[in-house]
Design a protein around this ligand. Structure first.
Ligand code: SF4
Length: 143
């Protein structure tokens, strides 16, 4: 595995996911000015609430920020001049499980730009969920 490339993809695809406002901490950034603890970043690991009131930490990423569409309001639109990346299915599975095992996250929030067509993209999102659930016994996936 090329860890530098995975790290680069993670930076691009976590940043691209921050515009989805479904998580309560998504997009908020706080820099500690006194060199103490407590910086927060607007991307990467976000927080959301379960229906029984628990706050859960989620790895929030896109599968890809390539998109065949050009929705004017969206940073991922095809006409936007941004860095693009795409995770392989197994890369998302491996990242999720390794973050979970380190106790960084409790779940995965996965969204995506539209790669080739909607069915092709959805098949890959489902493959991630299926591998996590069936092969890794991992249950906390939010899409
Ligand atoms: S289809 Fe989705 S990801 Fe693609 S440009 Fe439109 S809103 Fe953005």
């Amino acid at each position: 595995m090329d860890y530098n490339r995975i790290k680069e993809k993670l930076g691009i695809l976590a940043d691209a996911a921050k515009y989805d406002v479904s998580c309560s901490s998504s997009g908020s950034k706080r820099k500690n000015s006194t060199k103490g603890l407590g910086d927060s970043s607007g991307m990467g690991i976000c927080h959301s609430y379960t229906d029984d009131g628990r706050c859960v930490s989620l790895l929030k990423i896109l599968l890809t920020n390539h998109c065949i569409f050009d929705c004017a309001y969206c940073v991922t639109r095809k006409s936007n001049d941004i860095k693009r990346a795409a995770f392989k299915v197994q890369e998302v599975v491996d990242l999720t499980i390794s973050f979970y095992r380190r106790n960084y996250i409790e779940g995965l929030f996965l969204s995506s730009g539209i790669f080739k067509d909607a069915d092709y993209t959805m098949e890959r999102l489902i493959q991630v969920a299926k591998k996590l659930r069936m092969e890794e016994n991992f249950m906390a996936i939010y899409t």
